[in-house]
Design a protein around this ligand. Structure first.
Ligand SMILES: CC(C)(COP(=O)(O)OP(=O)(O)OC[C@H]1O[C@@H](n2cnc3c(N)ncnc32)[C@H](O)[C@@H]1OP(=O)(O)O)[C@@H](O)C(=O)NCCC(=O)NCCS
Length: 316
C-alpha cells in the first residue's frame, strides 16, 4: 500500500502497539460494559507473542506505527492439520488506517501457508466495524461468536421441568447430550467435518465433570422424572481481553432432540442466571458457532450480546 512500510514487530514497536490496543479496547468497552477492565496491554501483547510459532508485523507510516497484526500457527488436533490464529490481542489499527491490516495479513499469511496452515482465524471485537472491514475484504467470514450478559434473578419458567444439580450418575445423559451437539453440527449448514467420537470417548471426556465443584456447576432438567437437558457452568479463567472478573461461563448446554422447543433450555438458563446472581457472579459468558442455526438464534434471544467474532478463511 503506498505510504506504508511493513516490518517485523520488534521490541521498539511494542509501546505503540500497546497504545493502539488500549484504544481499541476502550472503544470496545464503550460498546459493551461487561468486558474486562485492563490496564496492562503489554502483557496482552506478550500473551499473544508468547508461542513458539508466533510472529507479528507492523505497518509504518514514516516513523509511526499505524497498525499491527500478531499471529501464530498451531496444530489442530481435531482436524489433524494446522491453522493460523490472530488471537484476542492480535490486531489493531489507528483511526482511518484499517486498510493497512490487509498488507499485514498478506505478509504473515505467506509464512503461514509456507508452514502448511491454510485455514486462518482472526478474533475481532464484534462492535468494531472498522477493524472487521479489512478482514471481510480478505475473504474472511463470521464462524464463531463469544458473548456475555448480566446475571439476574429470573422468574421461574413454566415449562413443566424440575431443575436439579447434576451428579456422576448423569454421565450417560451428558454423553448423549454432547453427542447430540456433535451430530447437530455435523449436519447442514454447519458441516463440521469432524468424526463423531464413540460413546466411550464421550464418557471419558465428561467423567471428571463433578470432581471439582469449585470449577464446574452442573444442572439437569427433568420432566416427569426423565432427564432431558443440562447446563454446565465453568469458572473460566480471567486475564484476557474477553472474560471479566466475577464472571461464570455457560460452557455447555443441550436438550435431547425429542424435547427441544418445549422450554427446557429457557428453564435451565433462567435457573443458571438466578443461581449465578445469587452466588455473586456479575456476568455470564458463552459462545456458539454462527452456523449453528438453533443456538445462534437462541442465545441472543436470551439476552447474550456478542463481544468477539472469530472470522475464518479457508484457502483457496
Ligand atoms: C440450543 C438448545 C440448547 C435449545 O434448547 P431447547 O430446550 O430446545 O430450548 P427451548 O425449548 O427452551 O427454547 C427453544 C425455542 O423454543 C421456543 N419455545 C420454548 N417453549 C416453547 C413451547 N412450549 N412451544 C413452542 N416454542 C417454545 C423458545 O422461545 C425458543 O425460541 P428461540 O430459540 O428462537 O429463542 C437446543 O436446541 C440444543 O440442544 N441444540 C443442539 C445442541 C446445541 O446447539 N447446543 C448449544 C451449543 S452452543
Amino acid at each position: 500500500m503506498p505510504g506504508i512500510e511493513v516490518q517485523p514487530l520488534e521490541d521498539e514497536h511494542l509501546a505503540a502497539a500497546e497504545r493502539l490496543l488500549a484504544d481499541r479496547h476502550a472503544r470496545h468497552r464503550k460498546a459493551e460494559r461487561l468486558l474486562p477492565e485492563v490496564s496492562d496491554f503489554r502483557a496482552q501483547l506478550e500473551r499473544d507473542l508468547d508461542h513458539e510459532a508466533a510472529a507479528g508485523v507492523v505497518a509504518l507510516s514514516g516513523d509511526e506505527v499505524v497498525a499491527y497484526v500478531i499471529g501464530r500457527v498451531e496444530e489442530d488436533a481435531q482436524l489433524g492439520d494446522r491453522r493460523a490464529i490472530v488471537d484476542f490481542a492480535g490486531c489493531a489499527a489507528a483511526d482511518g488506517r484499517g486498510e493497512a491490516i490487509r498488507d499485514l495479513y498478506a505478509a504473515l499469511a505467506a509464512r503461514w501457508v509456507a508452514a502448511g496452515a491454510t485455514r486462518h482465524l482472526a478474533l475481532i471485537p464484534a462492535s468494531d466495524e472498522a477493524l472487521a472491514d479489512p478482514w471481510l475484504r480478505l475473504a474472511f467470514g463470521v464462524q464463531y461468536v463469544w458473548a456475555v450478559r448480566e446475571t439476574a434473578a429470573m422468574k421461574p419458567v413454566e415449562a413443566d421441568v424440575r431443575i436439579r444439580p447434576g451428579t456422576p450418575g448423569d454421565l450417560e445423559l451428558v454423553a448423549r447430550l454432547d453427542r447430540s451437539l456433535w451430530e447437530h453440527q455435523a449436519g447442514p449448514p454447519s458441516f463440521s467435518g469432524l468424526a463423531i467420537p464413540s460413546d466411550e470417548e464421550f464418557r471419558a471426556d465428561w467423567r471428571d465433570l463433578w470432581d471439582d465443584p469449585e470449577l464446574h456447576t452442573h444442572f439437569v432438567a427433568e420432566r416427569a422424572g426423565r432427564p432431558l437437558g443440562h447446563a454446565v457452568l465453568y469458572r473460566r479463567p480471567t486475564g484476557d481481553l474477553r472474560v471479566p472478573e466475577h464472571n461464570i461461563d455457560l460452557s455447555h448446554a443441550a436438550t435431547l432432540p425429542a424435547a427441544r422447543r418445549t422450554g427446557v433450555s429457557l428453564a435451565l438458563t433462567g435457573h443458571a442466571l438466578t443461581w449465578a446472581h445469587e452466588h455473586g457472579f456479575r456476568s455470564i459468558t458463552t459462545d456458539w458457532r454462527s452456523v449453528n442455526l438453533i443456538s445462534s438464534r437462541h442465545w441472543p434471544r436470551l439476552g447474550f450480546r456478542p463481544t468477539y467474532y472469530r472470522l475464518y478463511r479457508a484457502l483457496p
